[in-house]
Design a protein around this ligand. Sequence first.
Ligand code: NAI
Length: 290
Amino acid sequence: MEIRKIGVIGAGQMGAGIAQVAAQAGYTVVLRDLEQAFLERGLSSIKRSIGKLLEKGKLDQQAHDAALARITTTTHLSDLNDCDLVIEAIVEHEPTKLELFRELDALLQPAAILASNTSSIPITRLASATRRPERFIGMHFMNPVPLMELVEVIRGHLTDEATTQAVLEVARRMGKTPVEVNDYPGFVSNRILLPMLNEAIQCVMEGVATPEAIDQVMKLGMNHPMGPLTLADFIGLDTCLSIMEVLHRGLGDDKYRPSPLLRKMVQAGLLGRKSGRGFYRYDEKGNKIG
Ligand code: NAI
């Protein structure tokens, strides 16, 4: 089955990035969020990001304009009814995702593929909300989507070969390198990354060092391009907490227990870069200011 039109649901950090790389790859894209204001925020972040590519000469004016022209936005799920592939990138909250997939399943053509960008919710469980578990798959992009090369492709228990091949091809056409993994909590990327971020947060709570010092240690000592607390802010502390909860529930071991400080910061609305404050402070464009 040839994929021509892609629906992206959620115009947040990830959804906007996915819509951008899909449009740059030549797909027709419909981007959906709950409110017009969220769509506008998503579109301006796409324009900023694609504008930078133009400035740097990585894209010419024609390709820039054509990519933007391929994206339409909507608040109505029904506008996605003729999509060949729908990639979901809404909040990391299982009941909300299950509800959305039930609606999508009823709306889309039988041959259409459903993909979730979930960071940690089992693909097999999300697929079971639909009558097309063989055409359901995980497509886990990395943040920021336009810059990061990896797409973790997660086969659910019933995902078929044709779906896997179609999605691997889409990821390659977007200029990404897909890596196939199986459906276990946190897959590979977050099962390894998140416990490290959680441990860094635990170090802040215990007063082992300041956030700046912890980030410096990991950058200069381990050659990480970004310190763990900067990265946690970047991912979103609410998303980090959800992933730790999934790891803790799914794998059982206490080493996956979310740090109480992480929980408290999320309760206080300190979600990191997207809310203007987490371990650091950010201006409205997301630049670190302290
Ligand atoms: P975000 O909070 O920036 O964006 C989520 C967007 O979804 C919001 O604009 C919200 O209005 C919208 N939304 C919520 N419910 C909706 C619905 N029913 N229909 C349409 N739109 C809806 O979140 P972010 O960071 O973009 O994460 C999205 C997904 O991607 C989550 O599943 C997350 O775990 C996953 N992810 C996040 C990464 C990160 O670094 N932030 C990396 C890889 C995956």
